[in-house]
Design a protein around this ligand. Structure first.
Ligand code: AMP
Ligand code: ZN
Ligand code: FE
Ligand code: FE
Length: 287
């Protein structure tokens, strides 16, 4: 069984529509693929309707969170994967709606600040590219590439869109402990996404993982393209110490990133089965 538990479609910042994504997963000979768009479940229905025979779709999402150290230190952004949640759970639904709303205002302000400085970008175009997706920096990045301001999405992230750039603005992320509890209350399974992906910015220490585990975290995404071998070793040991499951995935984003669906990391069947056994919010879609 080949299992990839982290992918993005055009419902957030991937470039494959949900139906094309499940088709790509099938063509890559995956047995199981999870759709985990940022802060939205809007792609689930299209993906579910398109699951080819032989593939299983795990509906999920990736919740934008921040870890606030109990001693009042600087907050750190982190992502919590929520699998098989009940998408109609009121608490989770309200948190997702607030996150998407914050993304919208922030992306518009970031774009307007660039336009005010004379960069040839318009909010109308960013908004058009995003459609009804959870809008994010990758949509602004693609607009910058289209306008010829930068040569690639990577270059946009390394320059104008990086955290600390005068044009960057943070989103209103959910407190990480609250995020784990919301996923759990919605009948889902919470997994800490790429806990040591340092390329994206600051990462949290083991103290945060311990606190998240106490709040109901079920697993750590150990085998992720952004993790070096030493990080994977450390996380594998931490997961064993805390009784957490280990997952692996591609974090596929279509052409916005280089990794292919099913590339980068896989989840062991036993970990996947253990996740299924805990989930009550929704069911996998068997094609
Ligand atoms: P945002 O959520 O709007 O702050 O944008 C961050 C998202 O952009 C992350 O969740 C990544 O999935 C994606 N991202 C980060 N760096 C890059 C990059 N260099 N190229 C493409 N996508 C990226
Ligand atoms: Zn993304
Ligand atoms: Fe992420
Ligand atoms: Fe992701």
């Amino acid at each position: 069984m080949v299992i990839d538990l982290h992918t993005h479609s055009t419902a957030s910042d991937g470039t494959d529509p949900p139906a094309a994504l499940v088709k790509a997963a099938w063509e890559a000979r995956l047995d199981v693929v999870a759709l985990t768009d940022h802060d939205t479940t809007v792609g689930w229905a299209e993906a579910a309707a398109a699951v080819p025979a032989g593939l299983t779709l795990v509906p999920g999402l990736e919740l934008s969170c921040r870890w606030v150290p109990p001693d009042g230190g600087r907050p750190t952004e982190l992502h919590v994967l929520g699998y098989l949640v009940d998408p109609t759970h009121p608490g989770l639904g309200a948190a997702l709606a607030a996150l998407r709303d914050s993304r919208l205002g922030r992306a518009e302000r970031m774009t307007e600040r660039m336009a005010a400085d004379g960069l040839p970008v318009r909010w109308e175009r960013v908004s058009e590219l995003a459609g009804n997706a959870s809008v994010g920096r990758p949509h602004i990045a693609r607009t910058l590439v289209e306008a010829g301001v930068v040569a690639s999405v990577d270059e946009a992230f390394a320059t104008l869109l990086r955290t600390g750039s005068p044009y960057h603005e943070p989103k209103q992320d959910v407190d990480a402990l609250t995020g784990v509890r919301l996923v759990t209350e919605a009948g889902g399974v919470a997994v800490f996404a790429h806990p040591l992906a340092r390329r994206r910015g600051r990462v949290v220490g083991d103290d945060a993982v311990i606190a998240l585990a106490e709040a109901g975290l079920v697993g750590l995404e150990v085998d992720h393209p952004d993790h070096v071998p030493e990080d994977r070793e450390h996380l594998r040991r931490l997961a064993a110490d805390l009784g957490l499951l280990v997952t692996g995935s591609s974090d596929y984003h279509g052409t916005n990133k280089r990794v292919r669906v099913g590339g980068g990391g896989h989840t062991a069947p036993a970990a996947y089965e253990a996740m299924l056994a805990r989930a009550t919010g929704s069911a996998p879609v068997v094609g």
